[in-house]
Design a protein around this ligand. Structure first.
Ligand SMILES: O=C(O)CCC(=O)C(=O)O
Length: 278
């Protein structure tokens, strides 16, 4: 079996043609865009959120990172910085955050974006039923330190029956570029269903199973967002720049779904008894 400290192959994320986006914000999502989402497994919307909404979301994150809510425990730091966090000055501490999670009940500015009426209308169009938020996080790639999130399917992490229509919403809070680790997706892969994941650099699709030739890169300006199917293959390379790359990632599902046990999920997405040469 491979080790969890495998290094990233050099050509895993290509600077291919950027994904086509819808302009005109969330209201511009029509039946044609919804059909494209179902076909390709993703939809890019430029200017989905305004500068004020982005600024309020960043303020909410800063408040939680700085300990503004004494009950909040959802801050995770980059592994390379973790040991030094207690001795860091506030700016360095903020710049070392990798993830902030489960925040909607701790900050009204972040809750507001998760309940945004235009976002919910768009999600209802994509899901076909009213959306229910079930996971909320902010993903930060600190300058030079922010690490790769290897290619994966998000549904490999959720204990839901395979055909559950899960939609991820990835909202850029900084400009997201190829260089600083923006999203990459492989169109249409959701239609092939679940694939086996391996515990390597993370819980991920085997690098040699990734169809890198079909990779699409998703650069976004702040306030732009990516809707993506819970089964579409996606990943992000490391941040190789001197600027942070911060984003919100919210996951929605319909109200009525069938859940499965962890063991049942791993029987579908896990590598037990399968090709362990990855
Ligand atoms: O924002 C990132 O770097 C990766 C997000 C992602 O794909 C995930 O957390 O599932």
């Amino acid at each position: 079996m491979g080790s969890g400290i495998a290094t990233m192959p050099p050509d895993l994320y290509r600077e291919s043609a950027p994904a086509n986006g819808v302009t005109g914000g969330l209201a511009a999502i029509s039946d044609a865009e919804a059909a494209r989402y179902h076909e390709e497994g993703y939809l890019v919307v430029e200017d989905a959120f305004g500068p004020g909404e982005v600024e309020r979301a960043l303020d909410g994150l800063t408040y939680l990172m700085d300990g503004g809510d004494g009950d909040f425990r959802g801050v995770q730091y980059e592994p390379a910085a973790r040991d030094r966090v207690p001795d860091m000055a506030v700016e360095e501490r903020r710049a070392s955050v990798r993830k902030v999670f489960s925040f909607v009940d701790h900050d009204p500015r972040l809750r507001a974006i998760s309940e945004h009426a235009g976002l919910h209308a768009a999600l209802e169009r994509l899901i076909g039923r009213p959306p229910v938020l079930f996971q909320d996080m902010a993903l930060s790639k600190p300058p030079r330190m922010g690490s790769e999130k290897p290619w994966h399917q998000d549904c490999a992490y959720f204990n839901f029956q395979v055909d559950t229509p899960v939609v991820g919403v990835w909202i850029a809070l900084d400009e997201a570029t190829y260089e600083n680790g923006c999203m990459h997706v492989i169109p249409g892969t959701h239609r092939d269903g679940p694939v086996v994941h391996f515990q390597r650099r993370d819980w991920q699709i085997c690098d040699t199973d990734v169809a890198t030739g079909a990779n699409v890169v998703v650069p976004l300006r702040p306030g732009g967002c990516l809707f993506f199917n819970g089964l579409v293959h996606h990943g992000t390379p490391p941040n190789r720049t001197d600027s942070p790359r911060r984003a919100l990632q919210l996951h929605y599902r319909p109200e009525d779904i069938v859940t499965v046990t962890r063991e049942e999920r791993l029987a579908v997405y896990g590598d037990a008894g399968k090709d362990v040469t990855c």
